[in-house]
Design a protein around this ligand. Structure first.
Ligand SMILES: C[S@@+](CC[C@H](N)C(=O)[O-])C[C@H]1O[C@@H](n2cnc3c(N)ncnc32)[C@H](O)[C@@H]1O
Length: 273
């Protein structure tokens, strides 16, 4: 049994990423709420550009909608840029995005446990906000290590286990999902407190950066827009995934007011020995 919905293969291949819609709505709700904390894509590309300024082969693993892929293309202009994800729909978004920017990219539909690249063929890899989708992330790290050339680098990113805990509390208090706080974190398998040690088991860690992000949701409708995209909550069928119904249910139970939530984002720069 999966320890969290984020490690449930059926959810990952289906409702979470089978199309780009949920991820786009989640990102949009979070971006609209963000009031402080450095831009994650900029932090990743800064670490990548400092560690591997002339990287020829760059691979963005679990690339999602390609925000980081596009930033790596613009910043590093590698000879070959490869985007890997198990969602063909998300990779189609990446292809369109990079084409609009005039940047060539090779997309590979693949599981990050079986990356279809030769041993020692990659100068720089990025795996941002994706390795927590497996209960044993060291297995994916071992596969990434296989693809890196000796001396090659990887930039990893994850979130703190307590990310958005304030929203769990609000949902629990509303009575819509009383167990929301007690349930394990979505980031349970790889989070701020474990990423360094797990990475050190496979690669040489060169830098660890943690940054706090603060989000101010304007009102309960804004909270509902976020909650409707999160697999964490166990909500009645008629409101799960429906931000309008969820917003109405929250407003019927709670005082409508702005809500502040936090998340620590942790980045690890590591090298293949
Ligand atoms: C939250 S998104 C992160 C996207 C992107 N890296 C970013 O920083 O915005 C997680 C991505 O990991 C991908 N993913 C999850 N499990 C995977 C696996 N086993 N192999 C390849 N990709 C996977 C999902 O399809 C999704 O695109």
């Amino acid at each position: 049994m999966s320890i969290t919905p984020f490690t449930d293969p059926a959810l990952i291949a289906g409702p979470l990423y089978a199309d780009a819609n949920r991820l786009a709505r989640r990102t949009s709700a979070l971006h609209a709420a963000k009031i402080s904390g450095p831009d994650a894509t900029a932090t990743i590309t800064d670490l990548a550009a400092t560690a591997a300024p002339g990287a020829g082969v760059v691979c963005d693993i679990g690339c999602g909608r390609g925000s980081t892929t596009a930033a790596l293309a613009a910043r590093l202009a590698p000879a070959q840029l490869i985007a890997v994800d198990q969602s063909a729909a998300l990779l189609a978004t990446v292809t369109a995005r990079l084409a609009r920017a005039g940047q060539p990219v090779t997309t590979l539909v693949a599981d990050f446990h079986h990356i279809p690249l030769l041993d020692r063929s990659v100068d720089l890899a990025v795996a941002a906000f994706c390795l927590y989708h497996f209960p044993h992330p060291q297995q994916a790290l071992t596969e990434i290590r296989r693809c890196l050339r000796p001396g090659g680098h990887v930039v990893l990113a994850t979130k703190s286990a307590c990310s958005y805990r304030e929203i769990d509390q609000l949902v629990a208090t509303s009575g819509l999902d009383p167990d929301a706080v007690a349930r394990p974190s979505l980031y349970q398998s790889l989070h701020t407190d474990t990423i360094t040690q797990i990475t050190e088991g496979v690669l040489t860690v060169e830098a660890v950066v943690s940054q706090q992000h603060v989000f101010r949701f304007n009102d309960l409708n804004h909270i509902a827009a976020y909650v409707a995209t999160s697999p964490k909550y166990q909500l009645a069928k008629q409101m799960a995934g429906d931000p309008v119904a969820l917003g109405a249910a929250l407003r019927a139970r709670l005082l409508d007011r702005p809500v502040t939530a936090t998340s620590t984002v942790t980045y690890v720069l590591a090298r293949r020995r």
